[in-house]
Write a protein that binds this ligand. Structure first.
Ligand SMILES: [Zn+2]
Length: 613
């Protein structure tokens, strides 16, 4: 996953990033372990979405199967979607549940809150019908508009309780003429029909159905598809730019593993002002991203897209043993999200620089931003942050495994390249584990990970590293690490405009004033707590480059007039202030011209992916 990545705002804007979060109750594991459905076979899911179901914001689902033994049929809905590490209990969106055989209704009740118990009454062929409410704008959920729906298999495809997840099934999507279907699912014989060999695949291939833009290109010898909703949201140069970025970065990611593991990869993107930022969720041959329209044509979109595509290797295939195999009925906490998410984020940045989408200075800028971000957060162990994510902790540790895990990956890469005189790298670790764990049909253990890291680094021990920086809360030792890669921290003094506001994002994505600094520019102009901020000067607050644009426009002259546009109740007001500049000292990661030849080899290896063979 990539959590809500807020539009980059100036430093005075503290933009809260809120993920819509579901109820966090875990269901009792014991109940799930001891019950078992009557055996089912020939399972066929039929999904109907057209303008009439869209008008009700629902998807019509029917499940047909044959019963192969005595007892009740127990149909359960997943509690979560892999990649979105929170309990969502999709059963709560089910309405109008009914079961029938030979045209007659069957008795049913609930065994627990997400399991329906059906009495077959001797029938061999049963059909279950229900409606699923598609009104939640979240990558892991289902959301519809009058001409469109996206949904995940975890939302709408129930499974037989206690019988495992290795059964095959078909999915048939019925929609109206002229509407498109995009999914990573394997096409079956008839139009709109799909088939997968296991439930793991059935729930890992989300769908777009409706009216949207869709095109395809060959990337690295395989087909890639790009589906974007609404139609017209990303066209022309912006669409070409994303295609160009994908075509440059995917080969660099594939080079790490020396394998492109999909036949076709599908990128499914939604652009809506209903979200203020952007977030995305990975699958084995696709991902869904939901973005503010300001992301169209913005470099951040390429970065998040790379993050999700890299997940096709790292977490969807190379995965910690705690998550192998996925269990949809319960939470699966792991200490390894710093690898699965953090190192994925490191490789998203590496793909950008290795593919030539950003230059090495911009890559160091991205890395420096992560260092700055971590320096402002409370110290948290990567393992603890990873474990805690399921409960949405409020102690500041949630999602630290993204930037801090990315930096841990960067440190490991430096130490491996240094220990091997750039003959080996973190790429080798990922590739070896991909072969020794994923290709052997299992997840990697802690022993697998650290032994592979140690071997790549020429045999050095990482026990102390693990104790201090992964399982512990010690600050990362940049003064020791950076010289090994020919890098150093520089400090700049920056004069920048300061408005004197604290803001947050509300549930609709709007930027709302939470506090006004006494005596500041905003207070003097008449800004009040609760105002919705629309623009500062001619810079729209929703501009993904807001911070940069605002600083470059108003960072030069004191007392320039500054129009502050806000919405207050039903009114839109333009308030008038004057620019005030303050000095701020900022650290910046840069190349060290005095680097040793070995450190320069390490640095170049990171930027290009090269090792010295
Ligand atoms: Zn992710």
């Amino acid at each position: 996953m990539h959590p809500l990545s807020s539009i980059r705002a100036a430093t005075f804007l503290a933009v809260a990033c809120l993920l819509p979060s579901g109820a966090s109750a875990q269901r009792p594991a014991a109940a799930a372990a001891t019950v078992r459905s009557a055996p089912l076979s020939n399972i066929r899911y039929e999904v109907q979405f057209d303008s009439s179901t869209a008008a009700r914001q629902t998807i019509r689902v029917s499940v047909s199967f044959e019963v192969g033994g005595p007892g009740h049929v127990l149909l359960s809905f997943p509690a979560w979607t892999p990649g979105a590490y929170e309990i969502s209990n999709f059963a709560r969106y089910v309405t109008g549940f009914a079961a029938a055989a030979n045209g007659k209704p069957l008795d049913w009740d609930k065994l627990d809150y997400d399991t329906w118990r059906i009495d077959p009454a001797g029938a061999k062929a049963i059909t279950v019908n229900f409606d699923y409410r598609a009104d939640t704008l979240d990558n892991a959920m289902a959301w519809s508009r009058p001409d469109f729906v996206f949904f995940n298999g975890t939302n709408i495809l129930p499974y037989a309780e206690g019988l495992g997840f290795t059964f095959p099934a078909t999915v048939t999507v019925k929609t109206q003429p002229g509407w498109l279907i995009a999914t990573g699912m394997q096409a079956g014989g008839a139009p709109g029909s799909y088939r997968e060999a296991t439930y793991h695949d059935l729930v890992d291939k989300p769908f777009f159905v409706g009216h949207f833009d869709l095109d395809s290109n060959q990337v690295d010898g395989k087909w890639n598809r790009l589906a974007t909703y609404p139609a017209g949201a990303m066209t022309g140069p912006a669409r070409s730019l994303l295609w160009d970025q994908i075509s440059k970065t995917v080969p660099k990611m594939a080079a790490v593993f020396q394998e492109t593991p999909w036949q076709t990869y599908t990128t499914l993107l939604i652009f809506t002002p209903e979200v203020g930022g952007g977030s995305a969720l990975e699958h084995s041959n696709s991902h869904i991203g939901i973005y503010n329209p300001g992301f169209v044509g913005n470099p951040l979109l390429a970065s998040i897209t790379d993050h999700e595509i890299f997940h096709a290797w790292n977490v969807k295939r190379l995965r910690p043993s705690d998550l192998w195999p996925y269990d949809y009925g319960r939470a699966q906490p792991t200490t390894w999200l710093w690898v699965s998410e953090g190192i994925t984020d490191y490789y998203a940045d590496l793909a950008l620089v290795r593919g030539g989408v950003v230059d090495s200075a911009q890559f160091l800028g991205l890395t420096g931003e992560k260092m700055a971000q971590i320096s402002t957060q409370p110290p948290a162990a990567l393992e603890d942050a990873s474990l805690s994510t399921w409960i949405g902790p409020v102690d500041g540790s949630q999602y630290q495994y993204y930037p801090k895990g990315s930096l841990a990956g960067f440190m490991l890469d430096v130490l491996i390249r240094d220990g091997s005189d750039n003959r080996r790298s973190l790429d080798d670790v990922l590739r070896e584990l991909y072969r020794s764990a994923y290709k052997k049909g299992r997840g990697f253990t802690g022993q697998d990970w650290w032994q592979t890291v140690s071997r790549a680094a020429g045999g050095r021990s990482f026990t102390d590293f693990n104790t201090r920086y992964i399982d512990g809360r010690e600050p990362f030792p940049w003064s020791e690490i950076l010289p090994l890669a020919g890098l150093r921290m520089a400090t700049d003094t920056i004069r920048e405009p300061r408005v004197g506001l604290a803001t947050g994002q509300d549930s609709s994505g709007a930027i709302v004033v939470q506090a006004v600094q006494p005596g500041g520019v905003a207070q003097e102009a008449g800004v009040r707590t609760g105002d919705q901020l629309l623009s500062l000067g001619d810079v729209e607050i929703m501009d993904p480059n807001f911070g940069e644009a605002f600083r470059s426009r108003f960072g030069k002259n004191e007392n320039d007039s500054l129009a502050i546009r806000v919405r207050r109740g039903a009114d839109t007001l333009t308030l008038h202030g004057k620019v005030r500049l303050v000095s701020r000292v900022e650290s910046r990661l840069e190349t060290d011209p005095a680097a040793t030849a070995k450190a320069a080899r390490v640095r170049n290896g990171i930027f290009t992916g090269a090792v010295t063979r």
